[in-house]
Design a protein around this ligand. Structure first.
Ligand code: FAD
Length: 457
């Protein structure tokens, strides 16, 4: 039994927790980082990185299948799942090694074990007590299911989907959000028949409606089946497969059912309520500066209501470390956090959708422009269609950018600067976009909105 004392104790070493620890140590604080599994958390081990490796392998499969289109003779002979797994695990292992080395090099003390908050300044890990002048809660999230829908056997979540050692012949994906459409995209590229079931009227329902509709068209062209606006009723499974029934009476049979209905906060039985922290349905409630109601205790990442994204976790971790240091960091509204969905085609957005902009400013006070990637040379070269839609306030800034097409995720960097810097199209129009790049599509859209279109009418 021992007691260790730090300036800052971080509970959970995922994107939010380790970012807080890194920034805090950089600012001269002593830091104890408690992790029960592996530093890097969901994003590195079970989320962003492994799924994007899968999506890249899926792209390679599609490119090899379509190579004749580019005059290259290649044949797609199938998916070597063991090979994909070793590629994916290799990436994760390399990044993990780098991260562990970085955490150590920054002088952060990593404490292995499951922690429980026992007072506003103390976390219990086994027999040991870890005491901090400040405590940052960063325990992350888990794959949720629906009431009565038990995970097991052929009913899986993203964790088991990543570990599959075969390509299923037929899959039902329950949930048309980010995780659902990404797995649907991978499996289709790998040769599976895929059906997505989504209760809301559109795929990626958090996106601008026009983008959701474009994705639906693209998925239809790819032969990905989807049922929208219909609720899941139940599932039965046997040795051969699953039968998924929907509330409209339809049934869909498949080899597997992937449940991708969102992620819940990992906060149960961690002592948060007992210490008096205000919670709501398992989420930790903070003010906009990420302080809980208990002085000295902060929360970051997926346990804080809002977008569950790794880069939001990083930013919040950095924010809290700087807040504790008295640096008065800038608050970034959730709406201005960039979002990318890495299916094929990719979807990327930041800021207000057209509907939200109308709600906020009134229809007469905004202008939107939808630039088709058909006019963009680089998009033509790589064989993608899609669009870049921008929303501006009249005589005011750009408040939203919404994109769909292969590789548009890489354009979000510029888009998020424009929206967060509240740039006017007139500010951007004189600046230069390299040719031929897909970034030019953003340039063209802003030229248009600034009243001086170049390659459009
Ligand atoms: C399949 C999938 C794909 C995703 N893709 C993307 C993407 O492309 N881009 C993106 O931005 N986001 C993506 N995400 C979301 C992203 O992974 C999360 O938003 C991010 O990991 C949240 O970070 P966090 O620090 O809040 O939590 P986590 O990363 O979940 O980390 C929490 C950590 O706390 C530890 N922990 C929990 N309880 C305790 C305890 N009691 N004691 C000690 N340690 C504890 C856990 O072991 C874990 O390591 C994806 C998620 C999934 C599931």
């Amino acid at each position: 039994m021992s007691e260790q004392n730090f300036d800052i104790v971080v509970l959970g070493g995922g994107s939010g927790g380790y970012a807080a620890a890194l920034r805090a140590s950089e600012l001269g604080f002593t830091v104890g980082l408690i992790e029960k599994d592996k530093v890097g958390g969901t994003c590195l081990h079970r989320g962003c990185i492994p799924t994007k490796a899968l999506l890249h392998a899926a792209e390679v499969a599609d490119v090899s299948r379509d190579s004749a289109k580019y005059g290259i003779n290649a044949t797609f002979e199938g998916v070597d799942v063991a090979g994909v797994t070793s590629y994916r695990e290799g990436i994760v292992a390399k990044k993990y090694k780098g991260l562990v080395g970085l955490v150590k090099a920054r002088g952060i003390t990593t404490i292995e074990g499951a922690g429980r908050l026992i007072s506003p300044t103390t976390v219990q890990v086994g027999e040991d007590t870890i005491v901090g002048k400040h405590v940052i809660l960063a325990t992350g999230s888990y794959s949720r299911s629906l009431p009565g829908l038990e995970i097991g056997g052929r009913v899986i979540t993203s964790e088991q989907a990543l570990e599959l050692d075969f390509v299923p012949k037929k899959v039902v994906v329950l949930g048309g959000g980010v995780i659902g459409v990404e797995f649907a995209s991978v499996w289709k590229s790998f040769g599976a028949d895929v059906t997505i079931v989504e209760a809301l009227p559109h795929l990626v329902p958090n996106e601008d409606e026009s983008i959701s509709k474009s994705l639906e068209r693209a998925f239809r062209r790819r032969g990905i089946d989807f049922r929208l606006g219909v609720r899941f009723a139940g599932v039965t499974q046997n040795e051969d497969g699953v039968i998924v029934s929907l509330e409209n009476g339809d049934t869909v049979d498949a080899e597997l059912l992937l449940v991708a209905v969102g992620r819940g906060p990992s906060t149960a039985n961690l002592g948060y309520e007992e210490v008096g922290i205000t919670m709501d349905r398992g989420f930790v409630i903070t003010n906009e500066r990420l302080a809980t109601n208990v002085p000295g205790v902060y929360a970051v990442g997926d346990i804080v209501p809002g977008l569950q994204l790794a880069h939001r976790g990083f930013q919040q971790g950095i924010f809290v470390a700087e807040e504790i240091a008295g640096l008065n960091p800038v608050v970034i509204a959730d709406i201005n956090i960039p979002k990318v969905t890495y299916c094929d085609p990719e979807v990327a957005s930041v800021g207000l959708s057209e509907a939200k902009a109308v709600e906020q400013y009134g229809a007469e006070s905004i202008t939107t422009y939808d630039y088709s990637l058909a006019g963009n040379g680089k998009s033509e070269i790589i064989g993608t269609s899609g669009s870049v839609k921008v929303v501006r306030v009249n005589d005011g800034p750009v408040v939203g950018v919404h994109m769909i097409g292969a590789r548009v995720g890489e354009l979000i960097g510029e888009a998020q600067l424009i929206v967060n810097w509240e740039a006017y199209p007139e500010d951007i129009a004189p600046l230069i976009h390299a040719h031929p790049t897909q970034n030019e599509s953003l340039g063209e859209a802003f030229l248009y909105l600034a009243g001086r279109p170049l390659h459009t009418l």
